[in-house]
Ligand binder design. Structure first.
Ligand code: SF4
Length: 473
């Protein structure tokens, strides 16, 4: 008597009630077969195993499966076809093929732009072929991100429309957070119906992290004059604002997507806006990345707001900055004897946002009151504001022009059908292949002409100089 432990998509499978009865009636033992030999008992999985022989000639099960299929003329042809396909080069798409895969009018999201920049072959597999990797069931990163965004958005909106960030106490914030966690469980997770114990355990751990994350967000807004104006603001034809559409001589691209949060502050009749992105991962802002055409999302949205936000907000818009805000509990490593105050101090260092802030004393003070800037990535010295994250209006304008250039370059390459496996490579711990879901399908090989794109991290000063067209050694 057997049953699969998981389905084709990785979801957990449970045995039928008959198994339980049989186990009780005959005192049967339960054994897990993890050798993979069971794949030889049905044609489809056995064929997949046989095809894997090409990659793994030392695998005896795969060799037996291949030998069996080669005896049958029809199935042998299929296996030979797989072999031939594996020998093909990557080639490139024609403009016509590219148009039929990606559409006559090129529309991309900021995350697609990042994918294309990370590796063109990865982009082709994911968005051209719509190939989907097998995912194990569980509370994975996208699910955790959706949950955290839901809680942050709803709690922030309720406080803004109710007591206000300066008036609500920590107990009120915790109660609101609990309330939205419970709503999420009943509305989006169907009250944990059909969820495994492991899922519930992971979710509950995340729910307790949510309290710290929400408190951190409100503590920042308590000492700021910037107020959340919009959550999940959509740029698209049917959204709150039109898609951002840079266009060049031969190519144009529509960038659509959502901004997690837009905060605003008014001065002299002008509205200063900052774009806030919640990050469940460890991402930090880097001008060097922007220069290479990576992680441009927040700045794309900021510049899109500058171009079309006046209609929405009824004021002239001035860019005030972009901030990555942590949406995960930051763990502090310290000896057991460390007191609570020191732990809080260490934690507050970890919650400092990363991003870019307009070089303007009033804007900086409005973003965070007081001399000690705990949240925004700026320091106040006797000579004024300091830090790599500062940018003047004129520098922001240059960045905007640079981003448009990069977007059009990327769009041009998508249009031309470029699908090379040329993943970016900064170092062993930061490269496109490291967590790529498609590595098995791609079979990257420098011997077959694939190559890595080595990126050197530039210091911020050098990045600004390079943006000005200067050569940096
Ligand atoms: S494994 Fe590397 S080269 Fe292959 S698709 Fe992924 S990122 Fe590209």
């Amino acid at each position: 008597v057997s049953w699969p432990a998981s389905g084709a998509t990785g979801g957990e499978k449970r045995p039928s009630f008959v198994v339980k009865r049989l186990k009780t009636m005959f005192s049967l033992d339960e054994r897990t077969d993890s050798t993979g030999a069971f794949r030889l008992t049905a044609v489809k999985p056995a064929f997949e195993l046989a095809a894997s022989y090409l990659n793994d000639p030392g695998n005896r099960d795969a060799a037996s499966a291949a030998a069996w299929f080669l005896q049958d003329p029809v199935l042998a042809d299929r296996l030979h076809a797989v072999e031939e396909t594996a020998r093909l080069g990557r080639g490139r798409l024609s403009v016509k093929q590219s148009s039929s895969l990606y559409g006559q009018e090129l529309t991309m999201s900021a995350s697609r732009i990042d994918k294309f920049y990370a590796c063109r072959f990865l982009y082709f597999l994911q968005y051209g072929l719509n190939a989907r990797p097998r995912k194990p069931a569980g509370f994975d990163a996208p699910t955790a991100g959706t949950f955290m965004h839901y809680v942050l958005e709803n709690v922030a909106r309720d406080i803004r429309d109710g007591a206000g960030f300066h008036n609500i106490g920590d107990d009120g914030i915790k109660a609101l957070t609990h309330d939205y966690v419970s709503r999420y469980v009943s509305e989006s997770l169907d009250g944990f119906k059909d969820k495994s114990s492991r899922f519930k355990y992971l979710f509950n751990r995340l729910a307790s992290d949510a309290i710290f994350i929400v408190l951190d967000m409100v503590r920042e807004l308590r000492c700021s004059d910037f107020v959340p104006l919009d959550f999940e603001l959509e740029f698209s034809e049917s959204g709150d604002l039109p898609a951002y559409t840079p266009s060049g001589k031969d190519v144009s691209v529509k960038i659509k997507g959502f901004v997690d949060r837009v905060d605003g502050w008014e001065r002299d009749g002008k509205l200063y806006l900052r774009v806030v992105d919640y990050k469940t991962g460890k991402k930090t802002f880097s001008l060097s990345d922007i220069l290479y055409g990576m992680n441009m999302q927040m700045l794309i949205y900021l510049f899109a707001l500058c171009r079309s936000g006046a209609g929405l907000y009824g004021k002239t818009i001035v860019p005030a900055g972009v901030l990555y805000t942590p949406a995960r509990e930051e763990l502090v490593q310290a000896p057991r004897s460390t007191c609570q105050a020191d732990i809080e101090a260490a934690r507050s260092k970890k919650v400092r946002r990363s991003g870019m802030v307009l070089y303007d004393g009033d804007v900086i003070e409005a973003m965070e009151h007081g001399a000690a800037k705990n949240f925004i990535p700026v320091r106040l010295t006797k000579d004024g504001p300091s830090g790599d994250s500062l940018a003047t209006l004129e520098q922001l304008e240059r960045l905007s022009a640079h981003i448009d250039r990069m977007l059009l370059e990327i769009a041009g390459n998508v249009r031309k059908g470029s699908i090379q496996a040329e993943p970016y490579y900064k170092n062993q711990n930061d490269n496109a292949c490291l967590f790529c879901d498609y590595s098995e399908a791609c079979r990257f090989s420098e011997d077959d002409g694939d190559r890595r794109r080595f990126l050197r991290k530039l210091k911020t000063d050098d990045a600004w100089r390079q943006l000005d067209g200067e050569k940096v050694q």
